[in-house]
Design a protein around this ligand. Structure first.
Ligand code: GLC
Length: 439
């Protein structure tokens, strides 16, 4: 048997390799820019190695904050070779875009408040107070923007306008809705004429990663088509919501938002600050509204179509994320844990699959349609601990570390045998492995 390199040393080397000074790229080549929730997960691991560098990782996200409070999912590198990436988005078409950097016009799950608290946990109180005070105004603006822009009917749940906003790019409920709302004519033509094979030659992701581990070219084109439509509306929510067909109150995003609200409240209380009353009212409403996503017959939570309020009853890894939200009852948490224990649902040899093993969608190496992802495991481990499932959390920590140790810091893993898939040397896998080792 080959020598298994020491996991901590190997993971630290991955972070060093992807370090770009003030932020960390998710993976060399495939993901060269700064991503919002990646940097949050990266800082959570990095805090064990270098607290100052972890602070810088999060602070550098704020240079991308829009004037209306939005945090974009990507801040682009300024090098000339990335002009195409910047031009696809053209964030400057919206007057709220920040000065001096180019970003996308959409967001990603609000992990920042939790990351700020996790990094803060490594400091003594005087230093932590300064750290919290530094991040607090930006966090308040971000959470206020999420409600103002993404909860226009004051329902408590925030909506997403592109699957990239959930971070689970090709997760089944979104892909199913995309097909439901019809592919644009030009994409149908490409499909019928089988030109997708030619288009595929221009995809950056399938050059470094096997094609059967990424989503189809037709799906990729549809995602870009949606992005183009958002750009045409200058990323202005009012204009987008007037006509948009694909708007979903996503379960994973809202679960993460609830935890972020709790952590933001914790930061405010520590600083002896009072959150704006409107924000507090909204935050309480979100906790209640999550329960509207519960469907009693299958005893699960689902995402919901924003316009029709139809539940999108396709179970995915999001099913388990209310454990991370932390506001559901002990009884409902127990029902979710039973799904995790079931080997035919979320409990194969190397959990947790991103869709259940017994799902029609399950494909063990296909991106967000089957493989296990370390960030999802981390969120669920955190939730399990808070609900008192210490043994479950310990077992999941062990199997997660085993995958990373044996295969390396891959982007995702085959849940049957723990083998790696997607990009190699992926930053959040390395960072969160460090956190699981050290916590
Ligand atoms: C992929 C993932 C997304 C992540 C990005 C950068 O698009 O689906 O969640 O933020 O890569 O790592």
């Amino acid at each position: 048997m080959q020598d298994v390199p020491d996991l901590l040393t190997a993971a630290t080397a991955v972070l060093a390799m992807n370090d770009r000074g003030t932020y960390t790229q998710p993976a060399h080549g495939l993901y060269p820019h700064q991503w919002l929730w990646d940097s949050c997960f990266i800082a959570i691991g990095m805090r064990h190695l270098d607290v100052e560098r972890a602070k810088t990782e999060l602070l550098s996200l704020l240079r991308g904050q829009w004037h209306n409070g939005m945090l974009p999912n990507i801040i682009f590198r300024e090098d000339p070779q990335y002009r195409t990436d910047r031009n696809i988005w053209r964030s400057w078409v919206n007057p709220n875009a920040p000065n001096g950097v180019t970003t996308t016009g959409i967001t990603q799950p609000p992990m920042l408040a939790d990351a700020v608290v996790q990094v803060g946990a490594k400091m003594d109180w005087p230093e932590r107070r300064t750290w919290y005070a530094l991040m607090y105004p930006a966090l308040v603006r971000y959470h206020e923007w999420l409600y103002a822009d993404r909860d226009p009917h004051h329902e408590g749940l925030v909506l997403q306008i592109h699957p990239w906003e959930t971070g689970l790019d090709n997760t089944p409920p979104w892909i199913a809705e995309m097909h439901e709302h019809q592919l644009p004519f030009w994409i149908t033509c490409i499909r019928l004429s089988k030109l997708d094979k030619v288009v595929n030659l221009f995809r950056r992701d399938t050059h470094s990663v096997p094609m059967d581990e990424r989503f189809s070219t037709i799906e990729a084109l549809t995602l870009f088509d949606i992005q183009r439509r958002l750009r045409r509306k200058s990323y202005d929510a009012n204009k987008i919501l007037d006509h948009s067909l694909l708007t979903i109150e996503d379960l994973s995003f809202n679960s993460i938002f609830i935890r972020a609200n709790t952590q933001l409240q914790h930061i405010a209380t520590s600083l002896k600050q009072t959150l704006p009353p409107n924000l507090t009212t909204n935050m309480r409403r979100t906790e209640k509204a999550l329960e509207e996503l519960w469907e009693p017959y299958s005893s699960q939570y689902y995402s919901r179509d924003f316009v029709t309020h139809r539940l999108l009853k396709t179970p995915t890894i999001a099913t388990l994320l209310p454990l991370y939200a932390g506001t559901i009852s002990q009884d409902r948490a127990a029902q979710l844990v039973r799904l995790l224990e079931n080997e035919h649902v979320f409990g194969p040899a190397f959990p947790i699959p991103s869709v259940p093993v017994n799902s029609f969608w399950y494909n063990p190496r296909l991106y967000w349609q089957g493989p296990a992802w370390v960030n999802m495991n981390w969120l669920i481990i955190d939730g399990l601990k808070r609900y008192g499932y210490k043994d479950h959390a310990a077992a999941l920590t062990e199997s997660t570390l085993e995958m990373v140790e044996k295969a390396g810091s891959y982007e995702y893993f085959d849940p049957r045998d723990g083998s790696g898939a997607g990009a190699a040397n992926f930053s959040w896998t390395a960072a969160l492995a460090i956190d699981l080792l050290k916590s």
